[in-house]
Structures are given as C-alpha cells and as structure tokens.
Design a protein around this ligand. Structure first.
Ligand SMILES: [Zn+2]
Length: 122
C-alpha cells in the first residue's frame, strides 16, 4: 500500500506535468488560501486538489481498504473526506472553482486532459 499524502506526491507531479503540457501556468500549495490547494490558477480563480484514492476514500475500487486494521483506516479516511469537503466549501465561499483529480484518473490521461480543459476554460 503506497502512502499517498503530503506534498509533491506522484499523482500530483503527474497532474502538474499534464497541465504544463497543456500550456497552463499555475502556482503550488498556496498557504494563503483555505485548505492550501495543491494547484492554483489564480488568474482563472481555479483550484485543484489531487487525491490519492486510498487516503481520500475514492469509491473507485482501485483502493480497497485493507482487511486488517479497518478500525484504524476507516475513521482516518472518513476524516480526510470530511476535511476535503470543508476545504472545497471554504474556497467556493471565496469565489474559487474547485476540482478534484483522483489518482485513478491518471490512468486515462486523455480523458483527464479533456476534463481539466473543460474545468479550466469554463
Ligand atoms: Zn480512484
């Protein structure tokens, strides 16, 4: 089980490479914004969080909870999900558009690119 948390995770680096290839300029980990979003496009007022499927409880099936110590992981992941929701809500209150990119979506880069283009150009 890989630990997907904190700054500069592999999925985060992959999203940054993709955005860069698409020609977008962005800032990272803006601490002055609610929730310190992973990727920020200040001119467009867009914020992106990159979530590891396991730690953030994505229901995609690619990050099943381990059978052991479920009493430990379960509440931790639930707390992460609640925190993610609070961060996005706080940003939206300040007029930001917020998107989440999930680790598993990086397996289909063309689809992710289309989605990000829609989000960022909207
Ligand atoms: Zn997923």
């Amino acid at each position: 089980m890989s630990r997907i948390r904190g700054k500069d995770t592999q999925p985060e680096l992959a999203v940054r490479r993709l955005l860069h290839a698409m020609g977008f300029r962005f800032r990272l980990h803006r601490r002055d914004l609610p929730g310190t979003p992973d990727i920020v496009l200040p001119g467009r007022r867009k914020a992106i969080f990159v979530h590891g499927c396991f730690w953030h409880g994505h229901g995609c099936g690619c990050a099943r909870l381990p059978k052991s110590r479920i009493e430990y992981w379960g509440p931790k992941i639930a707390a992460n999900r609640a925190r993610d929701g609070r961060k996005a809500a706080a940003l939206r209150r300040e007029g930001w558009s917020v998107a989440a990119v999930w680790e598993c979506q990086l397996r289909k880069p063309a689809a992710l690119e289309r989605r990000l283009a829609r989000f960022l150009d909207a």
